[in-house]
Design a protein around this ligand. Sequence first.
Ligand SMILES: [Zn+2]
Length: 335
Amino acid sequence: MQITAETPFKALIVPPPLFQATPDQTTRFYGVAKNPLQSTLKQSITCVGVGLHSGHTVRMTLHPAPVHHGVVFERIDCPGSKPIPARYDNVVCTRLSTVIAHADAPEIRVATIEHLMAALHANGIDNVRIEIDGPETPVLDGSAAEFDFLIQCAGTLQQDASRGIVEVLRPVHVEDANGAFAELRPARTGFALAMSIDFDVEAIGRQRHAMPLTVQRFRQEVSFCRTFVERKEIDALQKMGLARGGSLHNAIVVEGATVLNPAGLRHPKEFVRHKLMDAVGDLYLAGHTFKAGFMGHKSGHGLNNRLLRALFSSGENWRLVGDDALSHNLAHATA
Ligand SMILES: [Zn+2]
């Protein structure tokens, strides 16, 4: 199945029926919730679009993958190159987007993975093999909505192994000199995120958004929120070779108090909601979802990545929970 920028897909989304649990299903439901299973896609699915920064047209195919595979990118235009797992320790650049590569081959990279990672995280996709024929994922409409749609089209398949979940055991905090910070804290259950921003630009200003990470809340509140840029930054970015694929079709452009996109915003808090969505994607480079609370203030790709590095720098900060996690770790340790 292939979806291009011309596919009028939004009209095709049918909301799923509300889940009405019978007592028997309730038992099964709680059984699954207590010990959730890994998931992959039911079938492969392809999309084609331009990269936001490179401006190149890229073709990307998401394939089902076996248990414990993780989210892994393959640059099929670089034959013989090593697949690149989407992990925090493979992040080589965080200026404007999250970029992964192997340290010994930094030129074979995949940039702007965060919106796809957010959609995979929200949909609970643990295992997927992503073939891509260029250095950057397609930007599509600048949000995660179309990646979310691709995943819905492909369908989700539960697999025969339980999910590993990173449980945060004590607060971990990183900050920069501008007052921005990012923090993970222990939580009783699930993964909730809160993000705030404070921009001098009048059109953006101060905004805050918080939500638990469920696929429904993700879809309703943040998936459709687009990336944004100030008009005065565009020339400088393009001189640096960035934002070459940028347009009013895939980014919000602001100037002073004005949003330059003719159709305006999709939500009054679209800016902070986009930043929260970015964090959902960046934090999935932990390799697992979380049992934790995340709090970010003006946090972007750089701080989000530093937060993961700080978290995993000490075994006292976290542990992996889930039945198969222990045996999988032991298998790795003894391999
Ligand atoms: Zn983004």
